[in-house]
Design a protein around this ligand. Structure first.
Ligand SMILES: [Zn+2]
Length: 286
């Protein structure tokens, strides 16, 4: 699926690859961004498009560095028109590791928002309009990158965080089932918003439809993968049936004498009916 990608750099041993569709999309993106600038708009637009994907790469770098620190090698970082993917050789199974790797990306985007916003605000005070607009625009894009990724649309970051939190209580398989279901619901909502837009709020957006399809397929496939893993850890159903039905059974132990302190003893008949004479035997009773 992602074979038509070209390596543009290698940072800390991690190859950064760009899909060819992103290279095609870049001039269109630059043209769109150009509207936000008054002097040399195309130049600023192109710079904004490049910095946008650099921001996405840094977000993925956040995931990658934490993954490597936790002992999960990273195959590469792939940049696509729909965003970036840090491709890990294997996905962390411990909830704590998965949580740390998943939250790292949005935290990097949040830090970039903070830095760019401060820079833009400072430049606005100094009166340098174009650079200030540039920083504020990219700052807000990083903030939306952070928030969008935190939506519980498994296997996006928010969905992974949710699965990590659920795994503690429900186990990995059930947590993945719930997260994948929520991921599919989010994907359907994204698809509808992408196709028809939200009147007066968001226009229709083809890229959101592609993201929705990607999330839907990935959620289903990752649930299947975890299901297969869990099945391989258990004996096959036929073994389970043999074990519960055909194994030699030990004879049941003989019933042990009831212990005195376990038995509620009702008073003998000669002590009932309000009698206080405990010295009487049954034979003595009139
Ligand atoms: Zn992320």
């Amino acid at each position: 699926m992602f074979s038509s990608a070209y390596q543009i750099a290698r940072v800390r041993g991690i190859p950064i690859r760009v899909h060819f569709t992103l290279i095609i999309l870049l001039p269109f993106l630059a043209y769109n961004f150009a509207d936000a600038f008054t002097s040399s708009p195309l130049l600023w637009g192109l710079l904004a498009a490049v910095v946008l994907f650099a921001s996405v790469a840094l977000h993925e770098f956040g995931h990658s560095l934490v993954a490597i620190a936790k002992g999960f090698p990273v195959r590469d970082i792939l940049l696509l028109p729909i965003g970036g993917i840090a491709q890990l050789v294997r996905i962390p199974e411990k909830p704590r590791d998965e949580f740390a790797v998943a939250i790292a990306g949005p935290l990097v985007s949040l830090a970039l928002f903070g830095g760019l916003f401060a820079l833009g605000y400072g430049e606005t005070l100094l009166g340098s309009r174009e650079f200030a607009d540039f920083c504020l625009l990219l700052g807000y894009i990083n903030l939306s990158l952070c928030l969008f990724n935190l939506l519980p649309a498994f296997p996006m970051d928010g969905g992974r965080i949710l699965r990590a939190l659920l795994t503690r209580r429900k186990g990995r398989l059930e947590a993945t089932r719930i997260a994948a279901k929520l991921g599919k619901i989010c994907a359907l909502l994204f698809g509808l918003v992408g196709l028809f837009g939200l009147p007066g709020v968001v226009p229709s957006n083809l890229m959101l439809v592609i993201i929705a399809v990607f999330i839907y397929i990935s959620a289903a496939s990752e649930y299947r993968q975890v299901l297969m893993q869990e099945m391989s850890h258990r004996p096959p159903p036929i073994f389970q049936w043999f074990w519960s039905n055909m194994r030699p059974r030990r004879p049941a132990p003989p019933p042990s004498e009831p212990l005195d302190n376990n038995v509620t003893v009702s008073p003998p008949p000669w002590q009932r009916r309000g009698s206080t004479r405990t010295d009487l035997k049954p034979d003595d009773e009139p």
